[in-house]
Structures are given as structure tokens and as C-alpha cells.
Design a protein around this ligand. Structure first.
Ligand SMILES: [Zn+2]
Ligand SMILES: [Zn+2]
Length: 342
């Protein structure tokens, strides 16, 4: 058993010859610097945390900045720390860290305070973006005048969704700008790989024709050749669901991919595959959104009777034997005759 050199009390453990009470008495256990800086991107609101730009709440960033700079004497073990703060003036927060510590089996409390100053700056991504940095241009074009605005917008949304998805794990991926141009949209992208990924996605989704061209634009800081790549994506006129003409017959276009299309004959409902090289000769007869609904009056195996959408007369239509028929069906008109669209 030893004893405290100050108060003389017998104690199990002494710290620098003192009992825990005498050691703690009047001593600063925790300390904070006069102020702590937190860098905030003035453009996107992201915060620099441990030398990296991250998306996080300001509240969380302030608390982390305080707890990261809190200094605790080595003799203490942390039981709990509570950080509080209030905005003292614009971009300056008065913050306090209330700590509960264990020192040689004796619990002690201490408070340290600091000022958290928000520093407005621009993160690397935004500085590139604001500087109009780009490595690739994705040119989305309509293959013909009749490609709907809707398809154009949908392709644009797909491109944006890909960028959003990839930028979560890589902050250097972004859309620099988008421009509407005659016949389509130009999307400027921060990376060549992003351009390639989107062009491939649109090609697979719409069976779009794609071309790429690289241009040497200079050298990088470390002397590498720097290229800019333009990806041209020409969206075809047709989409899955449309009634199309192909080799003199009418089909429903059931599916398209980057390599082929599947079509179902409107007259006999037989499926056919169209290979990629033949796809450009597909012509739209009626878009899926323009197909008319006809009310079903009666149904039998292989045949239904509908009300003509033109004059409400009764019309017989052939249907596939296994067709599931509801109260209405989609029909298309070919040479003044209605056909069931599967
Ligand atoms: Zn003592
Ligand atoms: Zn930013």
C-alpha cells in the first residue's frame, strides 16, 4: 500500500506520487486549440474531412472537427464526450467539449472550448467543373426527325443516372454541362470512361448506332498525351412496343438490345429475330403510345369481337390462342383494317 505525498492518504494507486483526487484537483484534463477550421465548398456544400472532400452534414462536421482536435491528458481514459455548440456569428461557432474521464479509478469531469470557423473554399471537383473541365462529349442525336422528345429526354435521364451512380464512389466523375443543339443534346463529361459507359448503355438499351472519335488536345502535367473523345449516339426511330414494318410485313417490336431485335408478326403472331445489321431497315408504323384501345365485346379461343374505335361497329380480330384478354385491347390500323396488337 502506498500513500499520497500531498494529502498523506493511503491508496492502491498513485499518479506521480499523488492520489487520484489530489492529481485531478486544479488540473486541466482536456484542452482544445483556440480555433478549428472547417473547409466548406461554397459551390456544392461538401466538407473537407481529414484531407478528403466528403458529403456530410455541417452539424456532424463541426462535432468531428472538435472531437478530432480535443487533447486529453495521457493519464485519463475517456468515459464519454459530449460536444455542444452555437453560432456566435456568421461562419463562427462557439463549441464546448464536456468530457467524463476515468483517472486511476476516480471519475472526473472537464470542459474545453474552442471556436469553429467555417472557411469557404471550392473543392477539387467543383473547381474543375467551374473551370469547364471535360474529357469527353456525348452527342445524343435523333436518327430521324420523328424520334420523340420523350425518347430524347429518357436517354438524357439514363446518362444522368449513370453519372449520379458512379460519382458516389468517384468524385471526379461529373457532367460539366449539357447543351441543346439542333437535332439533339451534347453532354460534356469529366472522364472518357464515363462517355464510353454511357454510349454503351444507350447502344444496348435503344440499339442506337454509336461512333467515337478521339482528338489530341495537349499534354497532362506529367507529360502524357491528353485526348478528348467524342461519342456520337444516334437514337433509332423505333422503340420496344411500337408496331413496325419490316420486309413488307407488320410486327410488334417486342424487344431490342445492342445486338438484335425481337419482333412478333401482327398477322400470325409468330416471333422473329432481326440481326443488328438489318435493324436500320425497321420502320415505325405506329408508336406504342399512339396505339388505340378497343373495347372487347366477346372472346373465344383464337378470336375476339371488339367495338371499332372509328364507328363502334363490331369487328372480329384474330388473337393468339394463349392471349390473356381484358376489357380492352390495343389495336393498330393497317390499310383500313384493325389488328390486335399482342
Ligand atoms: Zn491526495
Ligand atoms: Zn464542391
Amino acid at each position: 500500500m502506498s500513500f499520497c505525498v500531498k494529502c498523506g492518504k493511503d491508496t492502491e494507486n498513485t499518479i506521480n506520487g499523488l492520489c487520484a483526487e489530489c492529481f485531478v484537483n486544479g488540473r486541466k484534463l482536456t484542452s482544445l486549440p483556440h480555433h478549428v477550421n472547417v473547409s466548406v465548398c461554397a459551390n456544392c456544400g461538401d466538407i473537407k474531412y481529414r484531407e478528403k472532400w466528403v458529403t456530410k452534414d455541417l452539424e456532424e462536421a463541426i462535432e468531428e472537427a472538435v472531437s478530432d482536435s480535443l487533447d486529453i491528458i495521457k493519464e485519463a481514459e475517456i468515459i464519454s464526450i459530449r460536444i455542444s455548440y452555437f453560432e456566435q456569428e456568421r461562419n463562427t461557432y462557439a463549441a464546448a467539449a464536456d468530457s467524463v474521464l476515468d483517472i486511476g479509478g476516480c471519475s472526473a469531469e472537464d470542459t474545453a472550448s474552442t471556436l469553429v470557423r467555417l472557411k469557404n473554399t471550392v473543392c477539387k471537383r467543383c473547381s474543375r467543373q467551374l473551370g469547364n473541365y471535360y474529357e469527353a462529349i456525348l452527342q445524343i442525336r435523333a436518327g430521324s426527325k420523328s424520334v420523340s422528345q420523350k425518347t430524347m429526354r429518357e436517354a438524357m435521364n439514363r446518362a444522368e443516372a449513370i453519372v449520379d451512380g458512379q460519382s458516389v464512389s468517384n468524385r471526379q466523375l461529373f457532367i460539366t454541362k449539357t447543351e441543346e443543339v439542333p437535332g439533339g443534346i451534347d453532354i460534356y463529361l469529366s472522364s472518357i470512361s464515363l462517355g464510353k459507359t454511357i454510349a454503351k448503355d444507350l447502344s444496348d438499351t435503344y440499339c442506337a448506332e454509336t461512333k467515337e472519335a478521339a482528338k489530341l488536345v495537349g499534354q497532362t502535367e506529367d507529360g502524357q498525351e491528353m485526348y478528348r473523345v467524342t461519342y456520337l449516339v444516334r437514337l433509332p426511330d423505333f422503340r420496344a412496343g411500337d408496331v413496325v414494318q419490316f420486309e413488307g410485313r407488320y410486327f410488334k417490336l417486342t424487344r431490342i438490345s445492342g445486338s438484335s431485335a425481337k419482333i412478333a408478326d401482327i398477322m400470325n403472331f409468330r416471333d422473329r429475330a432481326v440481326k443488328r445489321s438489318d435493324i436500320p431497315s425497321i420502320k415505325v408504323h405506329e408508336r406504342s403510345e399512339d396505339l388505340r384501345d378497343a373495347t372487347v365485346i366477346s372472346k373465344e379461343k383464337g378470336e375476339i369481337q371488339i367495338l371499332s374505335p372509328l364507328d363502334y361497329s363490331a369487328v372480329d380480330l384474330r388473337i393468339p390462342d394463349d392471349a390473356e384478354i381484358g376489357e380492352t385491347v390495343k389495336v393498330t390500323e393497317i390499310d383500313s383494317v384493325f389488328y390486335y396488337v399482342p
